[in-house]
Design a binder for this molecule. Structure first.
Ligand SMILES: [Cu+2]
Length: 317
């Protein structure tokens, strides 16, 4: 009886000790501050320890901004400990909101012992090379950069471009003004664009080779209809390219190379477009699908305007 009591007490004590001690020692993050970078021009700054800023812009107002709307500073923490459930890496926040024409200073603190980036896409290319603003550093370290947002409402993709880091959780969005709709697959914010399926009965995605065959068959059928002497199966065997090459010489045939190109874009593009609309849609109902379609069209319009602004600024000089 006495021995049982001692054994019991020993177990209780061991359990309490185990609970009192955390499994991993608490890690104090003491980031190295990279604040003496060499300016290589065009907003590209680097230091010998591997700190990097691309697209630094403290003064140049984007076209359409009469003045700086606001000076804003954010601090972004990056690392494994900020990963959302199901992910490996993460930012401490996955969405930031700013006003258009804001001068935004980003303090990027990488708390991991690997390299991470805070990379923003979709900025006007006449100011930002490749349309990017980008902070990069091996942690634990801190790096700070500044950019000025363009005047349009837009949702910008922010991610870490190191292989697999975005897929494993380092994806976020920066919403300027009203934005242009949430991006898909933002951890903790929006669902996966292509959710994993473990249903063995689910239909397989159609491989592109099958689609290519469908284009060939469609082209052959159209050619046969157009009154060409060659039989449809024969034309199918030769493929769409041969059809496109020969079509102009068949004299007045409406089946031109452009038609084939149009069919190809339609056959390849339609499923892709549908997939993108579905990915954005909040549900399968008509209203959500229409919303998603309008969102996508607005984004394309934004891209077209960006391009127009870029051309305008290039040829204005
Ligand atoms: Cu990373």
């Amino acid at each position: 009886m006495k021995r049982q009591l001692i054994v019991g007490l020993t177990f209780a004590l061991a359990a309490m000790t185990a609970q009192a001690q955390p499994r991993e020692p608490k890690q104090e993050v003491n980031p190295v501050v990279h604040d003496a970078l060499m300016d290589h021009g065009d907003g590209h700054l680097m230091d010998m320890q591997g700190g990097m800023i691309m697209g630094q812009n403290k003064d140049t107002l984007p076209g359409g901004c009469d003045e700086i709307a606001e000076n804003k500073e954010i601090t972004v923490k990056a690392g494994r400990k900020y990963a959302k459930p199901g992910f490996i890496f993460g930012f401490d926040q996955n969405q930031w909101k700013v006003k258009p024409c804001t001068r935004l200073t980003v303090n990027f603190i990488n708390e991991d012992n690997v390299r991470h980036q805070w990379m923003m896409h979709g900025l006007p290319k006449y100011i930002y090379q490749k349309g990017m603003f980008h902070l990069e550093i091996t942690g634990p370290a801190k790096i700070t950069g500044t950019l000025i947002l363009p005047p349009n409402d837009k949702t910008f993709l922010v991610h870490c471009d190191i292989a697999q880091h975005m897929e494993k959780g380092m994806k976020a969005e920066l919403v300027s003004g009203k934005g242009t709709g949430d991006l898909p697959s933002i951890p903790g914010l929006t669902p996966h664009a292509l959710p994993d399926s473990y249903n063995v009965n689910a239909p397989e995605p159609v491989p592109s080779t099958v689609l290519a065959e469908q284009v060939d068959v469609a082209a052959a059928a159209l050619k046969a209809k157009g009154g060409d002497s060659e039989s449809a199966p024969g034309a199918a065997a030769k493929g769409a390219k041969a059809t496109a090459d020969k079509a102009p010489s068949s004299g007045g045939s409406w089946l031109s190379g452009m038609t084939i190109l149009g069919i190809a874009i339609g056959v390849f593009g339609a499923p892709h477009l549908w997939q993108r609309i579905r990915a954005r849609s909040k549900g399968d109902d008509l209203a959500s699908l229409v919303d998603a379609t309008v969102d996508l069209l607005k984004e394309w319009l934004g891209m077209a305007l960006d391009l127009a602004m870029q051309l305008y600024h290039r040829y204005k000089k």
